[in-house]
Design a protein around this ligand. Sequence first.
Ligand code: IMP
Ligand code: MG
Length: 184
Amino acid sequence: MRSEMEKDILKVLVTEEELKQRVSEMGAALYEMFEGKNPLFLGVLKGSFVFVADLMRACQIKSDIEFIAVSSYANATESSGRVRINYDLQQDITGRHLVIVEDILDSGNTLAFLKQYFLAKGAATITIVTLLDKPARREKAVTADLAGFTIPDEFVVGYGLDYAQRYRNVPYIGVLKPEVYSNH
Ligand code: IMP
Ligand code: MG
């Protein structure tokens, strides 16, 4: 496939094949955990939209999906530490078994905030699933119950993850060339 973005990628960190394999394993793990429990998948927008679509199809369990949109980043590569809800829940989650689906666990600010928020809204249980885990930069004591890949402290794009809203449609996880940031 032709790609306008390939020339901006310095290296591939996780290939399409590796993503497919791991997401399939994660779907199977969630099946074991939630069979018969009617979990509510809760995708954290925008970054998780690709992952949650693949993950749900890798887990053939009776479930539904909800979304919340948050931001903590004003187009930079560093977290501001504050989390803002841009699009809120559209249903009552009281008593539900939530499976929060995130693209990446970085400082932990987003998931620490969301966990409290959903508990306050009456969720019965909260399970955190993240595609990527970057433990080097953690500020809050949050751990994922299920993580796809642990990655080094590098800013990554693709498979839903963006830099300044771009590169979400890159089909693998990659690192951008430094000049892409400096030209911005
Ligand atoms: P945290 O609140 O610092 O854990 O970061 C959570 C959010 O920051 C993620 O949902 C991403 O949207 C964004 N983020 C963190 N690291 C990266 C990265 O390497 N690439 C793209 N987005 C990132
Ligand atoms: Mg983002």
